[in-house]
Write a protein that binds this ligand. Structure first.
Ligand code: MF3
Ligand code: CO
Ligand code: CO
Length: 287
């Protein structure tokens, strides 16, 4: 299957889906505090998606081959959980770091994004992992332009994260996104410059590095001898893991981040230069 190229009207639809996905994360910013359960986070987001946005939570009932149907409207991955954590009755506590990953479907088009939230006051080490992972995502984003290759993105992320002393999870990657939740291409968060597919205007894919404070190895979550839930992935050494995700369009001149809204964290300084011209979707955020 070739990599889908979106038309102008399809890109407009993806801009809307992307903004709505980001607005769900905005809504959660004041909610995520010590004592709130991840199930309550899921409930608040679900109601906003369904009743206010009239979007469909893409994860609810999502069942790729080999997986049970995912039972919630977002993923909450706390501390050593790498990805796909299922919301439950456990309250967040001071010092936790949590990734919330939201994918909405609007008019048949998917917007996929995630952010890290720091619960109360976290350790310097936890905050540094969150910050480095954010900058690593952006090191990949700024490589996006026609003629660049997917390997350029992966290399930029990997070299930045490893220079900071962290490791890149290999088993999960970014992905094309559009009328389907996950489509071609696969976007690896490691690799070699000048390799893999060449980027073409109209491609849309996610960049969503998972970065571990310790070793890169992962395992299924069997903490507490519970039966495996079919989804939750943790670091093998139980070190902290962080992740950020944007959905990104390849434009004629570079990139446009689609998952932006009023509450989006500002891009790092190295990505801000030239914003006003190349980044219409982000101009509103920085203006
Ligand atoms: N949103 C995740 C991604 O970035 C996928 C979650 S699938 C789920 O690709 F079923 F776990 F929710
Ligand atoms: Co994704
Ligand atoms: Co996601």
């Amino acid at each position: 299957m070739p990599i889908p190229i979106k038309s102008g009207a399809e890109i407009d639809a993806m801009r809307l889906a992307g903004r709505l996905a980001s607005e769900v994360l905005d809504l959660l910013t004041p909610v995520i505090r010590p004592g709130v359960t991840t199930r309550e986070i899921d409930r608040i987001a679900h109601e906003h998606m369904v009743q206010v946005q009239h979007t469909v939570p893409a994860t609810l009932g999502y069942a790729p081959p080999g997986y049970p149907a995912y039972p919630a409207s977002l993923c909450t991955s706390v501390n050593e959980v790498v990805c796909h954590g299922i919301p439950d009755e456990r309250p967040l506590k001071n010092g936790d770091i949590v990734n919330v990953d939201v994918t909405v479907i609007k008019d048949g088009w998917h917007g996929d994004n995630s952010r890290m939230y720091i619960v109360g006051e976290a350790s310097i080490a936890a905050r540094r992992l969150v910050q480095v992972t954010y900058e690593a995502m952006w090191k990949g984003i700024v490589k996006v332009r026609p003629g660049a290759r997917l390997g350029d993105i992966g290399h930029a992320i990997q070299s930045f994260a490893e220079a900071a002393g962290f490791s890149i999870v290999r088993e999960f990657c970014g992905h094309g996104v559009g009328a389907r939740f996950h489509e071609e291409p696969q976007v690896l968060h490691y690799g070699r410059p000048g390799t893999l597919d060449e980027l073409v205007p109209g491609m849309i894919f996610t960049i969503e590095p998972m970065i571990n404070a310790g070793r890169r190895d992962i395992k299924e979550d069997r903490r507490g001898n519970r039966p495996y839930d079919g989804w939750t992935i943790v670091t093998r050494d139980r070190s902290l893991s962080a992740q950020w995700e944007h959905s990104v369009l390849v434009t004629d001149s570079g990139y446009e981040v689609l998952t932006v809204s009023a509450g989006s964290p500002p891009p790092p300084a190295f990505a801000s230069a030239g914003y006003g011209t190349a980044q219409p979707a982000l101009t509103a955020v920085t203006a």
